[in-house]
Design a protein. Structure first.
Length: 308
């Protein structure tokens, strides 16, 4: 029996995602054997430093990509938002699985929403995208860095004076924690991260057999939306050090793409949107609209501040 090796990070959420992929593939290919190959990434090892300060692309993907290039695994399952927009030579995304809810959620200790929290309430998040939009929405909140897997973040919330934490709805739902959600944050308050909620399966470009195998899991609308978002991010040369958000939604034959660039303090927030059929072209167009509104100045200011 042919064995297909599926690479994954070791966190509980990553293992859930990889197990979901494995189970789906087993349904389609009962004559094949699928095994998980867990790996620890650099992002999993460095937990005492905010991601933006580590400043390394591929924090949660590099070890898995090395495994693909060395033929130690046949495919790698990622949270799409962790994948850099430029993949190593010889690698590609073989499938975009159907997207879960792309929104961010607030998990609070009380039933109060973000808007109702007392001034000075402490909110946990290490994401610059979330921080900038939170400061724009409620500049009187205090933001605290919080890293680690979802269980670690929840424990830190319970053991601290924080009023709540911000997480991705998709991860919270996949962990079965929906009852812990105090509030789903609308895109008007918090534009999602590029690729948020989608699972991407990375493969070696020379493995047409694996590409064909994974085609049953590819969700066309998710692929169109996420490719548009990734094109926008690539055009702005953004990463985890830059507060950039984007969300694509397929409407009939077209994709509606909304993009956001914010200053680190949340004082400047630029939004743009567009409609089109070709995802890469649409991403470039919306990125150009953001640049025309002043996004380039914000991005250069951030890059200068983080490199000094």
């Amino acid at each position: 029996m042919e064995t297909i090796r599926i690479g994954t990070r070791e966190s509980q959420l990553a293992l859930w995602q990889a197990q979901w992929v494995k189970s789906r593939l087993e349904e389609f290919y009962p004559h094949k054997k699928f095994v998980l190959v867990p790996m620890k990434t650099k992002g999993d090892k460095i937990l005492d430093v905010p991601l933006a300060k580590i400043g390394d692309k591929g924090l949660f993907t590099k070890e898995l990509e090395h495994g693909l290039l060395r033929d130690e695994i046949d495919c790698a399952v990622h949270s799409c938002k962790d994948l850099p927009t430029t993949l190593p030579e010889g690698l590609e995304i073989g499938a975009f699985c159907e997207r879960e809810d792309p929104r961010d959620v607030f998990l609070g200790k009380s039933e109060q929403t973000l808007a109702d929290l007392p001034s000075g309430s402490i909110i946990g998040t290490s994401s610059l995208r979330r921080k900038a939009q939170l400061m724009n929405f409620r500049g009187d909140l205090v933001l605290a860095d919080i890293r680690g897997n979802l269980q670690t973040r929840w424990r830190k919330l319970e053991e601290s004076s924080m009023a709540g934490i911000i997480l991705a709805a998709a991860g919270v739902k996949r962990m079965g924690w929906e009852e812990r959600i105090t509030e789903y944050l609308p895109q008007e308050t918090m534009v999602s991260a590029v690729g948020q909620g989608a699972i991407a399966i990375e493969i070696s470009s020379r493995r047409s057999d694996i590409r064909d195998l994974l085609s049953v899991l590819n969700h066309n609308d998710t692929e169109l939306a996420v490719r548009a978002e990734r094109s926008l991010l690539h055009s702005l040369e953004g990463g985890c050090q830059i507060p950039i958000g984007a969300l694509g939604v397929v409407e009939g034959k077209e994709i509606r793409l909304t993009g956001l660039v914010a200053s680190l303090d949340g004082q400047k927030v630029i939004r743009a949107s567009g409609l089109g059929e070709e995802p890469v072209k649409l991403g470039r167009q919306v990125a150009e609209e953001l640049i025309q509104q002043g996004a380039q100045e914000i991005l250069e200011e951030i890059r200068n501040s983080t490199s000094s």
